[in-house]
Design a protein around this ligand. Structure first.
Ligand code: PLP
Length: 420
């Protein structure tokens, strides 16, 4: 039977195939335990804003200076987002138009670098990001990226190496921030090194922006020329990005984002970002940020007691990098697949000085931001850690995985997912 649909037909009838996939994803997110360090659960209000008629609106330009008519309400939400972002992080200026974290980084780079210029950033293999100069990424193709890393003995950022590379290569820009570094980053130390060589400092706080917003991680806005971030990781907003900068760089950043890199901003997502910043300004967000770290530390203790080795020996933030090869015959790839079968979502990850290859590295990366949003605390982290250990000790046992998966689905029911 063929259905006639109109523009008013609701999704389940308009497109059953897509609807079913969305339903299944919702069920997956509800029944499983989300431990991917870059993920979180956005609030019902954020989800709602992201699904509104603002998706219909073209608003090229900036509030008060648009290239399209009918932007009065677009101006309202973009101004709210900008003002709240500045208030939240104590920034002079916010550009809330970058579509994602990668675009935010591109905007900061293009504001001051020319093709061929040198910048210094963290090595991908030591926890950096693709956009920090990886060979196949625009950042590695357009610029001369030089990389620092962590020390072999304690897996902490090697500031002696950062300073030495800065003196040797005289980069125009130094980038701090990482995707898989479990320790608080000493931004003032980066600022000192940048000042010593006359470089600008950009801090990419994509992973830990929520911890900065919650006051439990030092604020890079105080010392950096640019701070870039995603809004969907610990900050718990919609999937997107943002650039914060000093007033003297504001014009260059704005010009670089539009018309330099993007056309129309995603106004529905900017509306959702405004809500995200409002939520992060509430006192309860400070409790959330504290709980994320307490949870990560409890999970770290549980896993260490069970025989896993953690990069740097523990965590100061929301994430753990675990060497799973300390358990007999387990690798990152095996661990990721085995945990997935049991309803525990993680990602395989290189650990610093990893002797193995990226597609089957020695480690897995775990984060507590998402489970903390569901209301889990230290006691729950002990249970989660025990489940992880149970699975990793018998990664091939599929009936065990099924049993754990059922236990987890039952347990997870008590911790609702926002908007579901
Ligand atoms: C996630 C991340 C990004 C990029 O974010 P996307 O929104 O995926 O483009 C950039 N930098 C760091 C350090 C990240 O962790």
């Amino acid at each position: 039977m063929t259905m006639t649909t109109t523009r008013e037909t609701p999704l389940p009838l308009a497109d059953p195939a897509v609807f079913q996939a969305i339903q299944n994803e919702q069920q997956r997110q509800t029944d499983g335990l989300e431990l991917i360090a870059s993920e979180n659960y956005a609030s019902a209000a954020v989800l709602q804003a992201a699904g509104t008629v603002f998706t219909n609106k073209y608003a090229e330009g900036y509030p008060g200076r648009r290239y399209y008519g009918g932007c009065e309400y677009a101006d309202v939400v973009e101004n709210l987002a900008r003002d709240r972002a500045c208030e939240l992080f104590g920034a002079d200026h916010a550009n809330v138009q970058p579509h994602a974290g990668s675009q935010a980084n591109m905007a900061a780079y293009m504001s001051i670098l020319q093709p061929g210029d040198t910048f210094l950033a963290m090595d991908l293999a030591h926890g950096g990001h693709l956009t920090h100069g990886m060979r196949l990424n625009f950042s590695g193709k357009l610029y001369n990226a030089v990389h620092y890393g962590v020390r072999q003995d304690d897996h902490r950022i090697d500031f002696d190496q950062v300073a030495a590379l800065a003196k040797e290569h005289r980069p125009k820009l130094i980038v701090a921030g990482a995707s898989a570094y479990p320790r608080e980053i000493d931004h003032p130390q980066f600022a000192q090194i940048a000042a010593d060589v006359g470089a600008k400092l950009m801090v990419d706080m994509a992973h830990y922006a929520g911890l900065v917003a919650g006051g439990v991680h030092n604020n890079p806005v105080e010392v950096a020329d640019f701070v870039t971030t995603t809004t969907h990781k610990t900050l718990r907003g919609p999937r997107s990005g943002m650039v914060l900068c000093k007033q003297e760089l504001a014009k260059d950043v704005d010009k670089t984002v539009f018309p330099g890199l993007q056309g129309g901003p995603l106004m529905h997502i900017i509306a959702a970002k405004a809500i995200c910043f409002h939520e992060a300004l509430q006192p309860s967000f400070k409790d959330y940020a504290k709980q994320i770290i307490a949870n990560a530390q409890t999970l770290a203790e549980t896993l260490t007691a069970g025989g896993l080795t953690l990069s740097s020996g523990g965590t100061d933030n929301h994430l753990l990098l675990c060497d799973v090869t300390t358990l007999n015959g387990v690798t990152g790839k095996i661990a990721e697949a085995a945990l997935d079968r049991a309803g525990l979502t993680v990602n395989k990850n290189m650990i610093p000085y990893d002797p193995r290859k990226p597609m089957d590295p020695s480690g897995i990366r775990l984060g507590t931001a998402a489970l903390t949003t569901r209301g889990m605390k230290q006691d729950e982290m002990k249970r989660v850690g025990d489940w992880i250990l149970t699975i990793l000790k018998s990664p091939e046992d599929t009936s065990l995985a099924e049993k754990v998966k059922a236990e987890i689905a039952n347990f997870a029911q008590d911790y609702p997912v926002p908007g579901v």
